[in-house]
Design a protein. Sequence first.
Length: 393
Amino acid sequence: MSVKLSIGALSEWMREMDTLKLALVAQFTVSIAFGLMQSFMPLFINKDLGESLISSTYWSSVSNFAWFGGMAITAPIWGWICDKVGTKRVLIIVLAGNILTYAGMAFSVNVIQLVAFRIIQSLFGGLSTILFVVVGIVSPPKMLREQLGYQIAGSTIGNLVSPGIGGAIASFLGYRMTILMQGVIFVALYPLILKMKTAKPAVTETVDKFNLADLKSILPVAGALICAYACIGFINPTIPWFLSSLGVASGSLLLWTTITTILNGIAYAIATPILTKRASGRVLVVFQVLAAVVIEATAFALNPIVFIVFRVGIGVIQAGLPANLLGGKSATKGQGMGLLNSARYIGTAIGPVIASTILGDGAPPKPFYMFSAIAGISLLSAVITYTTRANED
């Protein structure tokens, strides 16, 4: 009898692996769709919406803050809804909301409309959170950290690669059509979502309700995630301005921004599987400190080539951070995963805002102050991570 049960459980897990693979493909695709316009957002605001380049840097950060900040608030709510309603229904609703808001952004006539649509979009920003919840539901407990590592790697790689892809597409189709394409990608996700099996397997252990102990275990990880993601994406809205300040002509900004972003994304993608394994435990702290050093060194880039080299270097060093900062038993619960995703969104939201606010009008020594502040945040993440790892040991 026990042999039959074991075979049945194994068969069930093999079927559920199909859902895990679909969730990974969906996670990567979602991240690609979300990030297509990240590299050219300042140029879209500058060229199509009529703002100056330095003003566009600021408004691009505000736009991202409105989006990621809203998702940080709604992520736990979507996690709770998944616990109550079911993931597949929620995924379908959230996809529809994103399709409509991207269409609105594509036809915005001023920056206020753009920010307004970003705020509305943030209300439907639970896709990544819900896919994480799917993994928490169908993954065997012993494989959870590994599967979440795949998800976070797929999400982060997609986020870093997609701006370069978006810049390349925009050079042919234009900014507005590329934004519209983001909605088209979400339409293409429906077949993947409908094929997923999101029911909890009978062999899975019972998951208790999210409680105060879960919250306490998540808070240090959330703090480290906020700092890490603030350092990962802080420079994106400012890249066109920096390249311009280093002598790149206005007509070549899209090309140079795209090259910078693509090279950073490729380096990050290659380094992620290697550094996810090598930067585990307390070694992670070393990479966070090293990231702070390279971020500070970027302030002294004297030409576009040196700037690109430093940008790629930062991406490589940070490649092992996200997957090693995520996981734990509390992540099997919708609310727990929602809170962890809130931390990611908060970091992604505040990094560019801090950077562009300190940069101000771009007059020296403000760029130096900007890099110094972000380097300080990287050091803070190292302190938090060291404390967290020490407690785990």
